[in-house]
Design a protein around this ligand. Structure first.
Ligand code: GTP
Length: 479
């Protein structure tokens, strides 16, 4: 997860409480001191951290006498609540509505990740049923339009810009008008950035804002600036009506905690965070679930939401049935891979679960996704009969050679893919055993667990303890 180091330290400190035989003042102080150190290392302002510690101690003092288990859980919840206070701006942000045209303008310093983030924002909403469009009003940086064009084309999002026109205000107005006529319901305007917060940047922003009358102005900032985010956010807010903030590059910067809390202190809601260079490395920022993840409370509801985005509740029951019966065809494996790719980075999803962040380090995940794509290419060269068979003997040497030729791969790649298939099929056979043992689970939790299993890669499912593990997690979970 982003801020994995901070998460690790906080969870580590809280675990000390679990291991202690008696949770006395000394143990509590040690735990809180460790959390304090971790937050300061993440560049969170000293005063906020100190207040947090004082508040927790004050509450604990009034609850003197609560027994060990309750006390441990209570401290965890108190830490989580205090983190929420630090991260919460207390202000909701404008949310665009489908079918009703909204104009969203992006502002920020040069290199903060504005152009990349515009596409991420558009793509995120497109996946949820909006009809976004991108307007490039950045005439300052040569290549900005090409970059936006390239990103938009890749994500299949309509775009507007000009190589000839030098007036960014005119481009913005023309683009917005055009997309309104085309009934686009989310029109995103990318503006130019400058190296410094010079007057020209603010003047241009003001003019574009006046001319396009955006429903929301989003300020994009780089997380690496840490606490300095406070001054930057305030400077932008004073010039344009910033309604929300997106913090980028949270994947690479330990100072992200500082940036998040500093922005909250300016009373600007952080709505998304950027977690990588790719279009889908983008997370909705929800204070409560983020604090829960930091404290290891886990966020099953966020996890399920993510799964539900990809697998609608009443669909693919056939696949689910097959998985539960332990029958798996190569076509099913293909479908599972598809879900896996659609869900976005696996580590991002896993990090929503208690202890999930450690399951798949970011580097390994990229390799895993590459493998999945290679295997799907192999399967594209298979016949209908091969894809729907459950008979492992069908795949003889000559078939393997044909598939390898057809997909531009080698026979050893086909063999490797078939090995993976066998492994998955065996694992599902075991899962069947587990479900047959008659786990009694409330309907909605069972449905959630089943839904989740459909979208997980077998490797992930295994890491989570198979279908039985998933269901157990829902039984003990918070939804
Ligand atoms: N690791 C990481 N890199 C990011 C993220 N967001 C953007 N970037 C990278 O940051 C660099 C700058 O991003 P741009 O989108 O070009 O920045 P910009 O703010 O539009 O720049 P100007 O148009 O010059 O103002 C690019 O290399 C992006 O790939 C993120 O969340 N994580």
């Amino acid at each position: 997860m982003v801020l994995a180091e901070l998460q690790g330290s906080i969870i580590g400190a809280l675990q000390q409480l679990q291991h202690a035989t008696i949770v006395d003042d000394k143990v509590v102080n040690e735990c809180l001191n460790e959390i304090t150190r971790a937050l300061l290392q993440a560049d969170v302002q000293f005063k906020l951290v100190r207040d947090m510690q004082t508040n927790i101690k004050n509450v604990l003092a009034t609850q003197y006498g609560s027994a060990g288990h309750d006390k441990r859980n209570n401290i965890k919840k108190l830490v989580c609540n205090e983190l929420c206070k630090i991260l919460d701006s207390g202000k909701p942000s404008f949310t665009p509505k489908k079918e009703k045209p909204s104009v969203v303008m992006f502002v920020g310093l040069q290199g903060s990740g504005k152009t990349t983030t515009c596409t991420k924002y558009a793509y995120y909403h497109q996946k949820k049923g909006w009809k976004p469009a991108l307007v490039c009003a950045d005439t300052f940086r040569a290549g900005a339009f090409d970059q936006l064009k390239q990103n938009a084309t890749k994500a299949k999002i309509p775009y507007y810009g000009s190589y000839m026109e030098s007036d960014p205000v005119k481009i913005a107005v023309d683009g917005v008008e055009r997309f309104k006529k085309e009934n686009r319901d989310l029109i995103i305007v990318d503006t130019s950035g400058r190296h410094k917060q010079e007057a020209a940047l603010f003047e241009e922003m003001r003019q574009i804002s006046e001319a396009t009358k955006p429903d929301l102005v989003i300020f994009v900032m780089d997380s690496s600036i840490g606490q300095a985010a406070f001054d930057q956010a305030r400077a932008f807010k004073q010039s344009v009506a910033v309604g929300a903030v997106i913090i980028t590059k949270m994947d690479g910067h330990a100072k992200g905690g500082g940036a998040l809390s500093a922005v909250a202190a300016t009373k600007s809601p952080v709505i998304f965070i950027g977690t990588g260079e790719h279009t889908d490395e983008f997370e909705e920022f929800n204070v409560k679930s983020f604090a829960e993840r930091l404290t290891g409370i886990g966020n099953l509801s966020g996890f399920v939401k993510k799964v539900q985005e990809v697998v609608p509740i009443d669909q693919h029951t056939e696949l689910l049935q097959k998985l539960l019966e332990g029958k798996l065809t190569l076509r099913n494996m293909y479908e599972i891979y598809q879900y896996n790719l659609e869900m976005g980075p696996t580590s991002q999803i896993l990090s929503m679960l208690p202890g999930g962040a450690e399951l798949m380090p970011k580097g390994e995940e990229k390799e895993q996704q590459r493998k999945i794509k290679r295997r799907m290419i192999l399967m594209d060269s298979m016949t209908k009969q091969e894809l729907d068979s459950t008979n492992p003997k069908l795949m003889n040497e000559s078939r393997m050679m044909r598939i390898a030729r057809g997909s531009g791969s080698q026979v050893k790649d086909v063999k490797e893919m078939l090995e993976e298939y066998k492994r998955m099929a065996n694992m599902l056979a075991n899962t069947k055993g587990l479900t047959k043992k008659g786990l009694k689970i409330p309907q909605n939790r069972e449905t959630n667990a089943r839904q989740m299993s459909k979208a997980l890669s077998p490797q992930m499912l295994k890491q989570l303890g198979g279908m039985g593990g998933l269901m157990g997690m829902f039984r003990g979970g918070d939804i």
